[in-house]
Design a protein around this ligand. Sequence first.
Ligand SMILES: Cc1ncc(COP(=O)(O)O)c(C=O)c1O
Length: 378
Amino acid sequence: MPRMRIDELPTPCAVVDHERLERNAARMGERMTRLGVRLRPHVKTHKCAEIARLSVRGHFGGVTVSTLAEARGLAEAGFDDLTWAVPIALDRIDDALLLGRRVRSFALLVDHPDAARALSAKARGGEQRVPVFLKVDCGYHRAGVDPEDPASVAFARELASLPGLEFRGLLTHAGHAYHATRRDELAAFARAERDVPVRFAERLCAAGVRVDEVSVGSTPTMSVAEDLAGVTEARPGNYLFFDAFQASIGSCDLEDAAFWVVATVIGHARAQNALLVNAGALSLSKDPGATHVDARCGFGRVASANRSRAFPSLRVTALSQEHGQIGSETPIDFDALPIGAKLAIVPNHSCLSAALFDRYHVVRDGRVAEVWRALRGW
Ligand SMILES: Cc1ncc(COP(=O)(O)O)c(C=O)c1O
């Protein structure tokens, strides 16, 4: 059967361009190898076993997950070294320990003594100690202990001695790097993401707490970092797909975006100088994008379905559940974009948009070559 062209797919649908995906994976992989750290890619962006496999090719095979559903699916697919990089919820400890018994390593994350003690209480007496990381705040202020607080040293010491647990080390994530407005601002975030946990690890070592691992990583920081001395592994994830946000802050070029949504023009609102498409908030997500770089960025960048032609003047200006409105500051050529025309939209945040689809249409040489399923749920 002849393989479909992108503009023959029923819409809305999610497309992944294999060539861009491989290029993004190779570029980050080479960077991390050159900087002397192990790459443990985060699968949260795609939640897909095939993409996870592609991303660890040539690396040690470890991955990072954001949900137990991802961990279970990847364990099923043969991955046996996983880190769940969200502080463990007490009501998921039993499930996590169960999965941990089926793989070589399933590392968990804590940033509060109550969670650490609850984990220890359930893990003690088990055949294997449960690998655990201490989450450290390197400036994002979302999660993690304050490395300057003496109580954090006491907590790390307690964590390292709790029965049933194997203290691996420190884990941090510079999510605040997304506040950057240009590529040359990213280096400072990358430095903080390295320096904060490395210095904390040194203080812990001086206090007699052994720290084997220092795990860092976000896509913006790992796209520019030049010195990762003291770091053992990196966990970028979004770099495989990239998106309009990453392009706005300089982590990539828009052209690198490997994931997009294909939508169909379903209406002409000539009075409003707007097109209506069938990709709404449940295809693109309502992530507002890098408004600190461009207040009028809209909800995605528009191009022809196969991305051969960009339409930089078109912006996704409004979204309701299944409707998307595309506007322009210049008059839209409605005849060139008739009812039924197909458009590509590179979303602001590929992780959120991808999570709204159950499958990816994988395109090679302009044709849909494969369909890959995603691991949804929690
Ligand atoms: C703890 C943690 N590590 C790594 C990542 C990957 O970062 P990015 O999405 O910038 O690649 C994330 C993303 O949210 C994260 O929360």
